[in-house]
Design a protein around this ligand. Structure first.
Ligand SMILES: [Zn+2]
Length: 698
């Protein structure tokens, strides 16, 4: 009998609480993951007296160290190293964005979707009978799969890069990578506005709807608008698709785009809403009527969550969701709505394991953001939200995380086991608000304040909010230790640190300049399809970039139009590395480290890695355009004049993560993300998967 099953038997005898099949453990471990928590920024703020709860823990013997992050130090990669305990060469996730080697277009690194197979046509609708399933791309088991299989209760209160969920006996809620109800990765937020400064526009993450508020009755103003649901892809558009493909084949992408828009309209699904302002009280109140369900909010505040349903397949299939509104301004009228979330009680696809966990959490804390990346960074980046609006929404997300933390602590109170908690708001605020306190940053905005705190002190404020959350956590941990008479192991960790991002590099433009990537005759930049269009002469191109930290060799036998053999690839990489390491911009080195994939990765997935890993210096990073495969024609290095002003997609040594062993364990070596996973296996006496890279820290 394994130790873990002995523990279960003992725990069941002791508490008499275990029904058939329920997992239990006497041991309790809490890991608090704070995305982007930087060890030096943390230490400075502890020293400045801003972080009393961390200061107290350190006075009591807690051990704070920097933590090795992943190559490249991107959140989905770093968290995947922790999830699996192995390097990307084994789990297979190398970047936010991967390349599709068939056509040099882009694909998600986290999700793979089967093509729809057989389908049935019914009343003009295509009903799929097979295929269309999506699944995680991870090639190595997650710690919660391994541990729960061996009898340990595991509660994962959100984890980046874990959607779609994998089967396990653990309770798991995914984060970053989990879409909203319409399938948008960062969610599609709404701004309903009369403000002359806002034009009607839409992107993959927001829609600005110009509305006309009718003020005929001074007590009750009214306007109507709509919220869009997921596209009804079962509406048959074969004729239009044929038209679109013909246009693409003829190289007429403008015509193809026009047809694509037509398809979008054909499959469009929306629910009408009424926006009202009630002026009968002391202050105006927003009331939004969605098919008889009401959201109400005072000026400057958030409404309740309100249900919204979309009618698909001509009304045969209802798709339920939830949203909530912020009443931004009465005159001119403006209201903001968060992206439509899955209905946690009736999700149209799984957003937790087991399925019912999503509804049980909502029973405890109310409806919540089921999407990952819930902080509205894209709406802020697109100037749909102002600085107070962005921080206000992010505060709401953090409050919700605190409620989830307490719920998770209730769970390990009952059954013991491992609780993982995740907060993403610090990362998002450091990305988006860096410009407010960096005088050297190309992006500058007028000063201001939110919640009585100047914009340039908002990064201090989010560190202090995390300190508050840690204080609440430790208060509960103390109670549980007393109640159960057992020490609880607590680890605080982050995936990486933070640095300024002032100048951005269009890596593909550099490759063109140096002759490694060759444009087709007469072309100087790529069109809407990036490298997948017909703008590149692949018969002469040796390298290209897709993603934020890599250069990919156009290899024979791997890329569909590959021309570079193995021996040439080695010379090519050495030559590019030497050029890049010498590159300077305004007197600063652009790179501090460049590695070949086989220097930093090992495992069966190595062949899928971008061949050169780019370790940018502090202040530099790849442009968004480059990450999606564009050649911009704008030059190689340009100002990053964006609210997205802090980053960590750099040399991993420059943006190390944080580890705090709250119980003051001696961490035996320079700790890495994978080592924490190995430590968890050891703490619960679980047999780790073969080929684990991590080594227990204590
Ligand atoms: Zn980040």
């Amino acid at each position: 009998m394994k130790t873990s099953s002995l523990i279960i038997v003992a725990a069941c005898a002791l508490f008499g609480a275990c029904s058939d099949g329920e997992l239990a453990s006497e041991k309790r471990v809490v890991v608090f993951g704070v995305d982007g928590f930087d060890p030096e920024m943390l230490q400075e703020r502890i020293d400045a007296g801003m972080m009393p709860n961390f200061a107290k823990a350190i006075d009591n013997g807690s051990n704070l160290q920097s933590l090795q992050t992943s190559w490249p130090p991107q959140s989905p990669v770093a968290w995947s190293n922790f999830i699996s305990g192995v390097n990307p060469g084994k789990h297979g996730l190398y970047d936010f964005i991967h390349v599709n080697r068939d056509d040099y277009g882009i694909k998600s690194s986290m999700v793979e979707t089967d093509e729809v197979g057989m389908q049935m046509t019914l009343f003009g609708y295509d009903v799929p009978l097979t295929g269309g399933d999506s699944r995680s791309t991870r090639k190595f088991p997650a710690f919660w799969e391994v541990m729960s299989e061996q009898g340990v209760p595991v509660y994962v209160h959100r984890m980046p890069a874990s959607y779609p969920l994998t089967e396990s006996k653990a309770v798991v809620f995914p984060d970053m990578g989990t879409p909203d109800l319409v399938g948008a990765l960062s969610g599609v937020a709404y701004l309903f506005t009369e403000d002359e400064g806002q034009t009607a526009r839409e992107s993959d993450s927001y829609r600005v709807e110009r509305i006309k508020m009718k003020r005929r009755n001074e007590n009750l103003w009214k306007a109507s608008s709509r919220i869009y649901g997921p596209a009804d892809t079962m509406i048959n558009v074969d004729d239009l698709l044929a038209e679109q493909h013909a246009a693409e084949d003829a190289g007429d992408f403008a015509a193809a785009n026009k047809v694509a828009k037509k398809i979008e309209r054909e499959q469009e699904v929306f629910t009408p809403i009424s926006l009202m302002v009630d002026n009968t009280g002391d202050a105006p109140v927003l009331a939004v009527d969605i098919d008889g369900a009401y959201a109400t909010a005072k000026l400057g505040e958030w409404s309740n969550w309100v249900s919204i349903e979309f009618s698909m397949l001509g009304g045969m299939v209802p798709v339920p969701g939830y949203t909530r509104f912020r009443f931004v301004s009465a005159e001119p009228f403006e209201a903001y709505a968060v992206p439509v979330q899955f209905d946690p009680w009736a999700p149209v696809s799984p957003i937790s394991t087991p399925d019912e966990a999503a509804g049980e959490l909502a029973d405890a804390i109310g409806p919540y953001f089921t999407q990952g990346f819930a902080d509205a960074y894209k709406a802020y980046k697109g100037h749909v939200l102002d600085t107070p609006g962005f921080i206000n929404e992010s505060d709401m997300v953090l409050e919700e995380r605190t409620a989830m933390m307490h719920y998770g602590l209730d769970q390990i109170d009952e059954t013991g086991g491992l609780l993982f908690l995740y907060a993403g708001s610090l990362d998002m605020r450091c990305h988006m608000l860096w410009h407010t306190s960096d005088a050297e940053h190309p992006h500058q905005e007028p000063a201001g304040e939110y919640a009585g705190v100047a914009y340039d002190k908002q990064i201090d404020r989010i560190y202090m909010q995390i300190d508050d959350m840690f204080g609440e956590l430790m208060g509960r941990v103390d109670e549980l230790e007393k109640k159960h008479g057992e020490e609880i192991e607590v680890i605080v960790m982050s995936d990486h640190g933070f640095a300024p991002f002032r100048r951005k590099m269009h890596v593909n433009d550099w490759l063109v300049q140096e002759g490694y990537l060759v444009m087709a005759d007469g072309k100087t930049k790529t069109g809407a399809h990036g490298l997948a269009g017909d703008d590149i002469d692949w018969s002469k191109s040796k390298a290209y970039a897709v993603g934020f930290n890599g250069i990919i060799i156009n290899r024979q036998g791997r890329e569909s139009q590959g021309i570079v053999g193995d021996s040439e690839a080695a010379e090519l990489m050495a030559e590019m590395t030497s050029k890049l390491m010498k590159m300077t911009d305004q007197g600063n080195k652009v790179f501090t480290a460049i590695k070949r994939a086989d220097e930093v990765f090992s495992g069966d997935e190595l062949m899928h890695a971008p061949d050169l890993q780019l370790g940018f210096n502090v202040g530099f990073g790849a442009s968004d355009e480059c990450a999606t495969g564009a050649v911009t024609g704008e030059g190689v290095i340009v100002d990053n004049d964006s609210r997205w002003s802090g980053s960590h997609l750099m040399d991993p040594e420059l943006v190390r993560g944080t580890i705090v062993s709250v119980n003051g364990r001696d961490l035996s070596k320079d700790p890495a993300l994978e080592d924490i996973t190995a430590t968890l296996y050891k703490l619960f006496a679980v047999e780790a998967p073969k080929n684990l890279d991590g080594v227990p820290l204590f």
